[in-house]
Design a binder for this molecule. Sequence first.
Ligand code: FES
Ligand code: FES
Length: 161
Amino acid sequence: MEKQLLRLTVNGQEYELYINPKTLLVEAIRDHIGLTGTKRGCDTVSCGACTVLIDGMAVKSCSVLAMQAEGTEITTAEGLEKNGNLAPIQKAFIDHGAFQCGFCTSGMIMTAQAFLNENKNPTEWEIREGIEGNICRCTGYNSIVRAIDATAKGKYTEVKS
Ligand code: FES
Ligand code: FES
C-alpha cells in the first residue's frame, strides 16, 4: 500500500511521517516517532498498556489508526513532565511503589491522569472503576489506587514553569 504523509502532534511537537495508512497509532508513536514509553501489550484493546491522551481523553492507541489522530493533540507518558519535573501522578506512582515490572505503568498513568482531570474528589471505588480498562499483572492494584488517591487529595503538586 502506498505510503501517505501524516502530521501528528505529540507532546506539543509536530511530526511529519510517511506511513502506511493502516499503521496503528501505537505503531506511529513507538516505531516512527520513537517514544517507547507507550507500550504494546495485547493488540486486542484489552490491556491498556498503549493508553495515550487524545485531546485529553484516554484512548488505547492500538484501537486507532494513526491517520485518525491527525489534527488532534496527543500526549504520551513522556509528555507529562514539565521542564524535567515529573507530573504529580508520576511522583505519586514512585512514592507508592505503584509498579513492579513497569510494563503497564505508562498506560496506567495516562488513564489515571485523564480520570483525575474529570474527577477531582473520587472515592476509592470510583478510582477502581476508572482504571478497570488497564491490566496490571504485578501489583494487585492497591498501590496504584493509593497513588491515584494521594494525587487526587493534592499530596503532590505540579512544579510551575
Ligand atoms: S496494546 Fe492496546 S490495549 Fe493492549
Ligand atoms: S507493574 Fe507489571 S504489569 Fe503492572
